[in-house]
Design a protein around this ligand. Structure first.
Ligand code: PGA
Length: 252
C-alpha cells in the first residue's frame, strides 16, 4: 500500500534556533500520535539539515533537502550534492520546485539529472510538477504536467521509479492563499497516476505517492486529502508553525 506523506518545505525561513524549536515541537507532538503507513518529512534549509537529522533520528520524522546539485562532487562553489546529503542521513530531496524552475532556470533536462543523482544515493526525490496560471487558463495543464514527467522521470527503470514521490503543485496556488479545489487536485492526480500506469504498470501507479501542494493548510487539508488519489501534501507556509503543521498531519 502506498504511503501517506506530509512534507514541510520550509524554504528560506527561520534562524537556527527557531528551526530547532520548530522541529523539536513537531517531534514532541508526533510522540503522542499513532501514524500508520504515514511519513512526516521536514525539508529545512540545508544549513540546518544536520541539526534536523539529529532530532529526527530519535523520532518518527524523515528529513529532506530542498535542492541538490546534479554532480557528486567537485568545483561547484556553494552547491550541495546527493552524496553529501546521503552522508548526513537525509532521506528525501525536493526536486523541481517551481521556485527553482523560475528563479534558477531549472529545466526538465537538468531535473532529470538531479533525479538520477539522488536515486543513485538512495534518497527519494519529491518531484514537483504543475502548471502556471496562464497554462491552466489556456487548457494546457495536462500537457504541461505530462511533459514534465516524461522529460524528467520516465527514463527511470521500474525499480528506480518506485522510489519517486510526486508532488502536484499548480504554480498559481503556491503561496497565494488560493488552493486548487479538491476536484481539480483529484482530477490531476488521477491523470498523473494513469500516466504512470501507461508508462510502467498499474501496480507501480498504485504504489506511487502523489502529494498535493499549493496553499494547503489546516483548514483545507482534510478535504484535499480525502480524495482518492491525493496521498498527502507538500506544505510551504503552513509548515512553519508547529500547531498548524500537526493539524495538517492529523487530516491525513
Ligand atoms: P505554500 O507552498 O504551501 O506556501 O503554498 C507550497 C510549496 O511551495 O511547496
Amino acid at each position: 500500500m502506498r504511503k501517506k506523506i506530509v512534507a514541510g518545505n520550509w524554504k528560506m525561513n527561520k534562524s537556527f534556533f527557531e528551526a530547532e524549536e520548530l522541529i523539536a515541537d513537531i517531534a514532541d507532538a508526533l510522540e503522542n500520535m499513532e501514524l500508520t503507513n504515514t511519513e512526516v518529512v521536514i525539508c529545512p534549509p540545508s544549513v540546518y539539515l544536520e541539526m534536523a537529522t539529529d532530532i529526527a533520528e530519535e523520532c518518527n520524522i524523515k528529513v529532506g533537502g530542498q535542492n541538490v546539485n546534479d554532480n557528486d562532487s567537485g568545483a561547484f562553489t556553494g552547491e550541495i550534492s546527493a552524496f553529501m546529503l546521503q552522508s548526513m542521513e537525509v532521506d528525501y530531496c525536493i526536486i523541481g520546485h517551481s521556485e527553482r524552475r523560475k528563479y534558477f532556470s531549472e529545466d526538465n533536462a537538468l531535473l532529470k539529472r538531479k533525479v538520477d543523482a539522488v536515486l543513485k544515493h538512495d534518497i527519494r526525490p519529491i518531484f514537483c510538477c504543475g502548471e502556471l496560471l496562464a497554462e491552466r487558463e489556456a487548457g494546457h495543464h495536462f500537457d504541461v504536467v505530462k511533459t514534465q514527467l516524461e522529460e524528467s522521470l520516465f527514463h527511470l527503470s521500474s525499480g528506480r521509479f518506485l522510489q519517486v514521490c510526486i508532488a502536484y503543485e499548480p504554480v498559481w496556488a503556491i503561496g497565494t492563499g488560493v488552493n486548487a479545489s479538491p476536484e481539480q487536485a483529484q482530477e490531476m492526480h488521477a491523470f498523473i497516476r494513469q500516466l504512470i500506469a501507461d508508462k510502467y504498470d498499474n501496480q507501480i501507479a498504485d504504489e506511487t505517492s502523489i502529494l498535493y501542494g499549493g496553499s494547503c493548510n489546516a483548514k483545507n487539508a482534510a478535504e484535499l486529502f480525502a480524495r482518492k488519489d491525493v496521498d498527502g501534501g507538500l506544505i510551504g507556509g503552513a509548515s512553519l508553525k508547529s500547531d498548524e503543521f500537526i493539524e495538517i498531519i492529523k487530516s491525513l
